[in-house]
Design a protein around this ligand. Structure first.
Ligand code: C2E
Ligand code: MG
Ligand code: MG
Length: 721
């Protein structure tokens, strides 16, 4: 082959290869292009799927509106790719789904957006799809995507979301915030570094700062405990703490507050915040203090009361110096009840007030006097010697004995004072009080208006007394009481003209209890009144019996001051004597001068009433009491019984004889009968007779006899006569 031919062949081949290459490039380009397009298409559907999922996840729907048909297209999304639900409705129908209250705003904003006066359509409203559904809160946000040349929106699209739960949460938060802000308690939220982050108006007011000062405020400057320390450690370690603290106000004032604090932890359980709620309790404290003060004060006398005294006594015993005595005086007013009964409670109260003042005045500043209750007062003294306490007791008695003018009534108070000493008689408050009380009873029994010092044996006596008191309450019902009769002898003819009835009490436990023991006890317990009624009836029976025998005797019975005040006494006497064949004059009522002590005018009036009813009145134990001869003139008396103390020393004492003589003379002058009590010897009888005394009673003739013995005696004497 020639070179030329070879060359031509080569050129042809080259040409063919070139065109083949060209063809190949074009194809691959096309292929490449479609591959790229495919890839884009695939990416676009993936985006759409993602968008659909995102919209489904967010709970939003997409809507679209077009001006040309005024239709709303609503697109609801599902999680399945490509699954959407579309609803188309007129815009006006869409508006109808809104709550009537929200339609106005929806329309207004819509129109504004359509005409372009606002960029977005953004609205929260209530809506429902059907009338049976509940209203739900929705938020829609949309925007015109196409506007005409006139600026009016042609197409608007947007999203819409159910925000009911969010609204609910917001409402909840709003309420909480309002509660926090408007709470009348002072509320604050603190950071974990003690700074106050947030506080309400009440808090600012309590501390006395403005909101601007809040950031600078720390808990240390705010709350103090009893030791004046900030209780941070307690508060930051206790989930919920409640207690009373002191709040430091900005002006330096300290206010008691009640604090309630709660720890708020973060999700990882770290202390996030501390929520405080403070309440000013100054008023409550003041009221409580006042109540406590009142609770410790006696309202009537303004003295400390029993409670305060006991606290004071306990402290005094606890810190008693070694070289000092502590003396407890139990002061009880004698016969105070009678003041109340006779003059009324106002005078009784006034008397107690006077007593309180006098006790205070008579004591030193550091001594304590308190009202124990009723007519009882207690005094606590610190003294160097035992003798000193007796001097103080004496001083108190004198102070109370001074007459008091109470609304025109001149009265004197007489106290019975019991004294117990610490450490001698006990170191316990209870023991000392009991012992002073026991000693006070001794002072009463020994005659009142005096003091008695505690002795250990007094306790036994007190126990015995309590036992006796219990027995005495049952004595009448158990028929343990009886009468002894002591004959009365008329000196002119030496005949028995009557008897004095004397009470006897025979107990199973203690045998016979002497009248000097049980009569004061019966008085104290008020039992003397029923016992007296019984005795009056017995006396009437005796007189009736004697009358039936043809013995015109008199019977004397004893009446105490307490019995004389008994309103029923006169009627019981009259009723008992009404059934008796003997006249009232046959019954003689013996009273002592003590009846005049409290209210002489009242006693006189009572005696007069008794005498007017026909009973005879004798003044018993004359000469022992506060004998004033003027009594003899003033009282409606028939007889005077001269006390046995005058008779017993007649033989040895010329002075006694002179006294007897003058008493006898005075009685004669006043036409009063006389009886000499306790005549024991012939010599006494002779002297008594020489003074012209009318009657005698005494062991010289007869001791008190049983009723049977007395009746037998009378029978024989009448047989002899
Ligand atoms: P009183 O009324 O002065 O009674 C006389 C007291 O002297 C009686 O004591 C009697 O036993 C005692 N007595 C009589 N003659 C002699 C004597 O020659 N020598 C001595 N040493 N004593 C003599 P009694 O029975 O122990 O009564 C004591 C007091 O008890 C009475 O004194 C009277 O005040 C009171 N009392 C007795 N019975 C009653 C009563 O029924 N009611 C009231 N309220 N008191 C009464
Ligand atoms: Mg008598
Ligand atoms: Mg007498």
């Amino acid at each position: 082959m020639s070179d030329e031919l070879w060359q031509r062949r080569l050129d042809r081949e080259r040409q063919a290869r070139k065109s083949a290459e060209h063809l190949l490039t074009e194809k691959s380009r096309e292929l490449y292009q479609s591959a790229v397009e495919l890839k884009h298409a695939l990416a676009a559907s993936e985006d759409q799927r993602r968008l659909q999922l995102a919209l489904w996840g967010s709970g939003e729907l997409i809507w679209e509106w077009q001006a040309q048909d005024n239709l709303m297209h609503l697109h609801y999304f599902s999680s399945q790719p490509g699954e959407t639900l579309c609803e188309t409705l007129l815009w006006s129908d869409w508006l109808q789904r809104l709550h009537p209250d929200d339609q106005g705003a929806a329309l207004r904003d819509w129109n504004e957006h359509l005409c372009g006066s606002c960029d977005y359509y953004d609205l929260e409203f209530r809506a429902r799809s059907t009338p049976n559904e509940a209203w739900r809160w929705l938020r829609t946000q949309g925007r015109a995507v196409e506007r005409g040349s006139d600026g009016l929106a042609q197409r608007v699209t947007g999203t819409c979301k159910d925000i009911s739960r969010q609204r609910e949460a917001e409402e909840h938060l709003r309420l909480l915030a309002a509660a926090f802000a408007n709470n009348r308690d002072a509320n604050a939220v603190l950071a974990s570094d003690k700074r106050v982050l947030q506080a309400n108006a009440a808090f600012l007011e309590l501390i006395g700062i403005s909101a601007a000062q809040l950031p600078a405020l720390q808990l240390d400057q705010l709350l103090l405990d009893a030791d004046d320390q900030c209780p941070w450690a307690t508060l930051s370690n206790t989930e919920h703490w409640q207690g009373e603290l002191t709040c430091l106000r900005q002006n330096g004032q300290r206010t008691p507050v009640e604090l309630s604090s709660t720890l708020v932890r973060s999700r990882d359980q770290q202390i996030g915040h501390l929520v405080l709620s403070l309440r000013d309790i100054s008023e409550r404290r003041r009221a409580a203090d006042h109540l406590q003060h009142l609770a410790r004060l006696d309202v009537l006398t303004q003295l400390p009361n029993r409670l305060q005294f006991q606290e004071h006594l306990q402290r005094a015993l606890q810190y008693q110096p070694r070289d000092l005595y502590l003396a407890l005086l139990f002061v009880d007013l004698d016969d105070f009840k009678q003041v109340n009964d006779a003059f009324g409670h106002d005078i009784g109260d006034a008397l107690l007030q006077q007593v309180a003042q006098r006790l205070q005045k008579a004591l030193r500043q550091r001594d304590l006097v308190a009202r124990w209750g009723g007519d009882e007062f207690v005094v606590l003294l610190e003294l160097r010697s035992q003798e000193q306490v007796l001097l103080v007791a004496d001083k108190l008695i004198k102070a109370l004995n001074e007459p008091m003018d109470l609304a025109g009534h001149i009265l004197t108070a007489t106290p019975s004072i019991g004294i117990a000493l610490a450490p001698e008689h006990g170191n316990e408050a209870g023991d000392l009080l009991r012992h002073a009380d026991a000693a006070m009873y001794v002072a009463k029994r020994e005659g009142r208006n005096r003091y008695a010092l505690y002795r250990p044996e007094l306790n036994e006596q007190l126990v015995h007394r309590i036992k006796l008191a219990n027995l005495l309450r049952r004595a009448l019902a158990q028929q343990e009481l009886s009468l002894a009769l002591q004959p009365k002898i008329r000196l002119s003819d030496q005949r028995i003209v009557g008897a004095e009835a004397l009470l006897r009490w025979d107990t199973r436990e203690f045998g016979r209890v002497p009248p000097d023991t049980f009569i004061p006890l019966a008085e104290e317990l008020g039992l003397i009144v029923p016992i007296g009624h019984w005795l009056v009836r017995e006396a009437a029976l005796l007189l009736n019996g004697w009358q039936a025998q043809g013995w015109p005797l008199t019977l004397a019975i004893n009446l105490s001051a307490r019995q004389l005040r008994d309103e029923q006494l006169l009627s019981v006497l009259c009723e008992s004597m009404a059934d008796c064949s003997a006249p009232p004059e046959a019954l003689e009522l013996e009273v002592t001068e003590s009846i005049l002590l409290e209210d002489a005018a009242f006693a006189r009036q009572r005696l007069q009433a008794l005498r007017d009813a026909g009973f005879r009145i004798a003044l018993d134990d004359f000469g022992t009491g506060y004998s004033s001869l003027s009594y003899l003139k003033e009282l409606p008396l028939d007889r005077v019984k001269i006390d046995r103390s005058f008779i017993s020393d007649l033989e040895q004492s010329p002075r006694g004889r002179a006294l007897l003589s003058s008493i006898a003379g005075l009685c004669r002058a006043l036409s009063l009968q006389t009886t000499a009590e306790g005549v024991e010897t012939a010599a006494q009888l002779q002297l008594v007779q020489a003074e012209g005394i009318d009657e005698v009673q005494g062991y010289y003739y007869y001791p008190p006899l049983t009723i049977d013995a007395f009746n037998r005696l009378l029978q024989t004497s009448h047989r002899e006569a």
